[in-house]
Design a protein around this ligand. Structure first.
Ligand code: ZN
Length: 488
């Protein structure tokens, strides 16, 4: 008996040593080395004014076939042309679809694979009823006290203008790239990117272009957003989740509600929703684990211990995690019932009831595997399950060891001279245009070098969208530095 206890104790001790050792090895030191500061000579006040001017165009995209609104997109493209004359006179500019632009800057060394900088010209509308909540008019392009205000300040005109600003500066300074550079600006990202980014990607594919990497929006430099981290954390998205909505509907004969059957169509659909919501998709520690491994020892010990030993803790991780929707969104395919419809009157039985559930799919699963799981959970042949709206599969996962990730990471550190800065990979939970380019590259990175605090974060598709002047100029400098490093 004593012997058994002794063996058990020794085993436990060994396990503890293994767990602690793995925890120690898991976390890189938070500081990722000092690099030479970047020297970027920018026309800073001009750059800020050009961004502010761009926010005054109401480039709200509309879904469906046909070009975007000529009354706003036409003048916006003209504005870009007059703001960046060197880009538009010296580089090869092509219009794709309605107003999307593909710009090519040939390189001197044809053996190097080209790179692509991507962003989008269109914006989402202002939510009706919130106009009065804006401190400055959403399409005013106001600059005040070091902040640029307006729809598109973050998503994504700071990308379009930032890229053009960096390239215009390099052209004026006489920079000659060795590596070919493409710039692409879609006009319909917010409505799916079919006529913009997807058409551009198909064009590149047809021409046999293979990219070393591409850079799109999707990550940023965060401050005060990652729990436990005091310094800035630059989040680069190596992958993005997929998007699927499923409609669940049931039919009935209807009739008077005073003589109801045992289950109405509304009850049937409600039961289906409950079955799906009470059985969430399994948690995966993969993406969040890699993210946390880059944050170093600033992250609480317990979290490091858990993620360093995913092989042991993954099946029970749900019991350890705090109620944190942002954290969980990076770890599973999420389930969000969003729309419900039944009878038109309280005393009339519904002849049809419908619910719509939105899923954000983790890489590794597909819209088909999600639909299969949902069908099995509902387990009711009288509930019909169909896709609703557009579907986007999760992207592939780009390696953090890749040339693109490494050179972007270095460029960020060269511009943001903060000893506390950490660069880390983070799964993007929304959809970006980058997903359309998987046929021309296996290295798609999602990052825009603006700085986001909790207040700025609310501006994405929301109210009071804004970017700090300092944050915007840093974004321009990171594009500039990346082009120098990757193409020079
Ligand atoms: Zn966007």
């Amino acid at each position: 008996m004593k012997r058994i206890l002794l063996i058990l104790a020794a085993g436990l001790l060994l396990l503890l040593v293994v767990l602690l050792l793995r925890t120690q090895l898991f976390s890189e030191p938070a500081s990722q080395g000092v690099v030479e500061p970047a020297q970027v000579l920018l026309d800073e006040s001009g750059a800020v004014n050009r961004l502010a001017g761009a926010l005054r165009f109401k480039t709200i995209s509309r879904p469906g076939p046909g070009p975007q609104n000529p009354a706003t997109f036409g003048p916006f493209v003209e504005y870009l042309k007059s703001s960046f004359p060197a880009v538009f006179s010296r580089l090869q500019v092509e219009t794709v679809g309605g107003y999307s632009l593909l710009i090519r800057w040939p390189g001197s060394d044809a053996s190097l694979k080209p790179i692509l900088l991507l962003s989008h010209m269109d914006v989402v509308p202002v939510i009706p009823g919130t106009e009065k909540l804006w401190i400055h008019p959403p399409f005013g392009g106001v600059v005040e006290n070091g902040v640029v205000w307006g729809r598109g300040a973050l998503d994504d005109k700071s990308g379009v203008l930032g890229i053009l600003e960096a390239v215009e500066t390099l052209l004026r300074q006489g920079f000659v790239p060795e590596r070919e550079i493409y710039l692409a600006f879609g006009d319909d990202e917010e409505v799916g990117g079919q006529q913009g980014a997807l058409a551009i990607a198909k064009l590149l594919k047809k021409r046999g272009v293979e990219l070393e990497f591409l850079l799109d929006e999707g990550g940023a430099i965060t401050r005060g957003i990652v729990p436990g981290m005091d310094g800035p954390v630059a989040l680069i998205g190596p992958a993005e989740k997929g998007y699927l909505s499923l409609s669940l509907s049931a039919q009935d004969t209807g009739g008077h509600s005073s003589q109801p059957p045992t289950t109405t169509a509304a009850g049937r659909v409600a039961r289906a929703v409950e079955r799906i919501q009470s059985q969430p998709f399994p948690l995966s520690m993969e993406f969040t684990g890699e993210f946390i491994s880059h944050l170093g020892s600033d992250i609480p010990f317990v979290q490091r211990l858990l993620f360093a030993n995913a092989w042991l803790f993954e099946p029970f991780i749900g019991h350890f995690l705090p109620e944190n929707p942002a954290l969980v969104a990076g770890m599973r395919t999420t389930t969000a019932p969003t729309m419900l419809k039944g009878s038109v009157k309280d005393n009339v039985l519904p002849i049809q009831a419908q619910a719509v559930i939105n899923f954000r799919i983790l890489p590794g699963e597909t819209s088909a595997t999600v639909t299969d799981r949902v069908t099995a959970l509902v387990d009711d042949p009288l509930v019909s399950i169909k896709p609703y709206g557009f579907v986007s599969e999760p992207s592939g996962v780009s390696s953090t060891e890749s040339y693109g990730y490494q050179i972007l990471s270095r460029s960020i550190r060269e511009v943001i001279q903060d000893p506390q800065l950490v660069v880390a990979p983070r799964l993007v939970i929304g959809a970006t245009d980058a997903r359309h380019f998987e046929s021309v590259t296996d290295s798609s990175l999602r990052f825009l070098g603006v700085t986001l605090g909790p207040e700025e974060l609310k501006g994405f598709h929301g109210t009071n969208e804004r970017v700090t002047v300092e944050g915007y100029l840093e974004a321009v400098k990171i594009y500039y530095q990346l082009l120098l490093n990757a193409a020079g």
